[in-house]
Design a protein around this ligand. Structure first.
Ligand SMILES: Cc1cc2nc3c(=O)[nH]c(=O)nc-3n(C[C@H](O)[C@H](O)[C@H](O)COP(=O)(O)OP(=O)(O)OC[C@H]3O[C@@H](n4cnc5c(N)ncnc54)[C@H](O)[C@@H]3O)c2cc1C
Length: 345
């Protein structure tokens, strides 16, 4: 089984074993059996945040297919194998708000807590109440409340513990209203023609987010070659005052516009600087390709794309070239957003 057929970027060699788990008990049993035999395990959702080596995975890949969606007193509980965007659409149809800005993100619900999926001012840590997971260390099913999930920007306890927890289901507390949560993201507010803090119909917010995302090649579309990616390849770096000052000085020296380094408040005196801005100013334009099938998306500098003939080795070489260029120009080390399997940046 080629993992290229199971990743949105269409890369990755064979899995030694491949198991599809259609129910929660099947999923737990497959993981427990692999653990008992000392077999390396890779949990596979929609493959939209995975970069797998050309050599593949020398172990058992367990594909999460367990479905189920229920609405109860605790909120909405979603099985790990549910398609994420279908879940978002369903909540809006049910008159529930809180996930509308997360429309169009590929992958499955079970992966959303892993990197605390977020976009356009929302992330799942804002609405998750608890995560049910199989704890591979304890060989037991555990329920982890939000405040013990260790959520941060594109990270969580699940991500940091490198495969210890297999997410079985996620429970969200959503507001019972047709209006969206207050719009927090300037680009979205502009697209909707409202001010930051205003609310619109959730369905309207969803349409605007999908439109913005399509323009950036951020909604999977087989007809759009720019969507053969893992979304953003790099995390937006969070900088302290000294690192920001260095970026401003470098930007002034290189582009004459140091005072205009874009930034978002990240709390504790830190700022988040768009990685796309740094990459462009370091000299990498949209569409750039070293000519071996890997390229920067023509629509979004942060997405690296497999043009069809790329290998994982070529993709990683391009990623390294960009990382080095940004480091040499601005002194900032970009880190990858997707999970790298069998390769390193
Ligand atoms: C076009 C595009 C746009 C994107 N836009 C965004 C965006 O706006 N915001 C954002 O945050 N992300 C975005 N992403 C990244 C990606 O969609 C998300 O990270 C998504 O949650 C990954 O889900 P998946 O099911 O595809 O996970 P996979 O890629 O299959 O897995 C990702 C990681 O999670 C682990 N994993 C998956 N399921 C489970 C589980 N049930 N239990 C334990 N571990 C698990 C895997 O082992 C792997 O380490 C985008 C990706 C693409 C291709």
């Amino acid at each position: 089984m080629r993992l290229a057929d199971h990743t949105t970027i269409g890369l990755g060699g064979p899995a030694r074993d491949f198991v599809s788990a259609g129910t929660e008990p099947d999923l737990v049993a497959a993981v427990a059996a692999a653990d008992a035999s000392g077999e390396p395990v890779l949990i596979l959702g929609g493959g939209s945040n995975l970069v797998v080596a050309d050599a593949g995975f020398d172990g058992t890949v367990i594909q999460v297919l367990a479905r189920g969606l229920s609405r109860g007193g605790d909120g909405v509980t979603v099985a790990a194998g549910e398609d994420w965007d279908a879940v978002v659409a369903w909540t809006i149809a049910e008159g529930l708000a809180g996930l509308e800005c997360l429309s169009g993100i590929p992958g499955l619900a079970g992966a959303t807590p892993i990197q605390n999926v977020g976009a356009y001012g929302q992330d799942v840590s804002q609405t998750i109440t608890q995560v049910r997971a199989y704890d591979r260390t304890a060989a037991a099913i555990v329920t982890i409340p939000n405040d013990r999930c260790g959520f941060g920007y594109r990270t969580s306890r699940f991500r940091r513990s490198a495969g210890r927890f297999v997410v079985l289901s996620v429970t969200f507390r959503l507001a019972e209203q047709r209006a969206s949560e207050p719009v927090r993201y300037a680009e979205l507010a502009t697209a909707l023609g409202v001010a930051i803090g205003d609310r619109v119909a959730s369905a309207e917010a969803r349409s605007a987010v999908l439109e913005l995302r399509r323009r950036k090649g951020m909604v999977i579309d087989p007809a759009d070659p720019d969507t053969r990616s893992v979304g953003s390849f790099f995390v937006n770096p969070v900088l302290d005052a000294a690192a920001l000052a260095a970026v401003e000085a470098a930007a002034r020296a290189r582009c004459g516009d140091g005072s205009r380094v874009p930034r978002f408040d990240a709390g504790d005196g830190l700022v988040k600087v768009p990685a796309a801005w740094l990459i462009e100013r370091a000299g990498f334009a949209k569409g750039y390709s070293p000519g071996d099938g890997a390229r920067i998306s023509a629509k979004h500098t942060l997405a690296l794309v497999n043009s069809g003939s790329a290998t994982t080795a070529a993709l990683m070489a391009l990623a390294r070239e960009i990382r080095d260029g940004v480091r040499d120009t601005f002194g900032v080390s970009l880190t990858p957003e997707p999970d790298l399997v069998g390769v390193a940046l």
